[in-house]
Design a protein around this ligand. Structure first.
Ligand SMILES: [Zn+2]
Length: 412
């Protein structure tokens, strides 16, 4: 590496973020840029233009993921890759995803300014359909690239209007070649807003992310007996909603008793859902999260036990069934250490934490050394038009990303 000093410009990064936020801007100042929409196409076009301006070689894979490569000195060396996503939820903010993509672009621009020559190539990536707001599931394209989903499942995923991912990808002109997919990175780093309140509350400028928490999703089906609300005596009722209510409360109590576990019942479907009928059946959704696989398993077991006990008490059937589990994913020590060393050498205040939400870095981490850098979200707010991270925080995140990439290109 040549002895030049590369420095991130928080001003230039901010200008790029605000220019990108104009595409799909909502009246309330947020962003609506659903995956593979016309807005997404315009955002991609601008991003590709910026990559080319920065001298990157641009390629697009068969899922529409965009990669911009800045060449390294060593022939055949694997790249250090950094990036995130440009799609948003329907009423999203300006920073979720865009900060990681444009922060990575700023890393390349800073290297160019300093005429820096790195040993390894540095690659900027924009993943398609991270949010899953238009095409389920979330992290669809990184999931296929990292072997967690099939290409047929991705192409066949349909939005609420019945249009498929594959058709829309072709329509916006971003259906590239399979051989352009992610090429054996030595490391992947994703800069992202925290989307929660921990950093702000701790007064920390940089989050050193140690991994992505595990998630278990399931249903609880309660079957009682529908009956007339008038003539049926109270003691004769098999009320599914009363039993389900006990389950909701017990699941909340569970989280207090199992350290590090968070539990949510977010959905409740009542049948027949009528004012004068004792509810005969209820379906609840369950979301369990933990950073430790054993803790997640303990929570899943406790959920079963709670349901069995409530069923016996109320004389109704209460059945818990899990339909999806994503195990906890610790990030690679090599990447976590590079983030921590960089943040400390820049004298930023830091806090170590785990990501409670899904990110493309999770799927990448299943196959390659990966890590993340968080910066604070004002009020812990995200997936919200009021999402806000000040310019200085974005700049600090960009600086840590640059330093981390430089360490990894030199040492990995
Ligand atoms: Zn995101």
């Amino acid at each position: 590496m040549m002895a030049a000093q590369a420095t991130v410009s928080s001003e230039r990064l901010w200008e790029s973020l605000m220019a990108m936020a104009e595409i799909g801007r909502t009246p309330a100042g947020g962003v609506r840029r659903l995956a593979l929409s016309d807005e997404d196409r315009r955002a991609r076009d601008l991003f590709v233009h910026w990559l080319q301006d920065a001298g990157c070689t641009v390629r697009v894979d068969d899922l529409g993921n965009i990669y911009g490569r800045r060449a390294g000195a060593e022939p055949g060396a694997g790249p250090v890759v950094c990036g995130s996503h440009l799609d948003t939820v329907p009423t999203g903010g300006r920073f979720d995803g865009a900060l990681g993509v444009l922060g990575a672009l700023e890393v390349v621009r800073a290297m160019n300014d300093a005429s820096l020559v790195t040993r390894r190539p540095v690659e900027v990536v924009c993943w398609t359909n991270e949010e899953g707001a238009r095409f389920a599931p979330a992290m669809l394209a990184s999931g296929v690239v990292c072997g967690q989903l099939t290409i047929d499942a991705a192409y066949g995923s349909r939005d609420s209007a019945g249009r498929s991912f594959g058709e829309e990808l072709t329509r916006i002109g971003y259906r590239g070649e399979a051989e352009h997919r992610l090429q054996a990175p030595v490391a992947y780093v994703e800069l992202h807003v925290e989307q929660g309140p921990i950093l702000e509350r701790a007064g920390a400028q940089i989050g050193i992310v140690e991994g992505v928490e595990g998630i278990a999703w399931g249903w609880i089906d309660v079957v009682g007996q529908a009956a007339h609300a008038g003539p049926t005596p109270m003691e004769d009722r098999l009320d599914a909603l009363v039993a389900a209510s006990r389950a909701v409360l017990a699941i909340r109590t569970m989280a207090k008793e199992l350290p590090g576990v968070r539990t949510t019942v977010g959905r409740c479907d009542v049948s027949p859902n009528t004012i004068n009928v004792v509810p005969g059946a209820v379906r609840l959704s369950t979301d369990l999260r933990a950073r430790d696989a054993a803790a997640l398993q303990a929570a899943a077991q406790r959920l079963q036990d709670v349901c069995t006990a409530i069923g016996a008490q109320d004389g109704v059937e209460v059945r818990a069934s899990e339909f999806w589990r994503s195990p906890p994913t610790p990030f690679a020590a090599m990447v976590v250490d590079a983030v921590a060393d960089t943040a400390h050498s820049l004298r930023y205040t830091t806090r170590r934490l785990w990501a409670g939400a899904g990110h493309d870095a999770k799927y990448v981490a299943d196959r390659f050394p990966a890590g993340m850098i968080f910066v604070p979200s004002a009020g812990g707010l995200s997936h919200n038009e009021a999402e806000w991270t000040p310019k200085e925080d974005c700049g600090r995140g960009g600086a840590v990303l640059l330093g981390t990439v430089l360490r990894l290109t030199a040492s990995a």
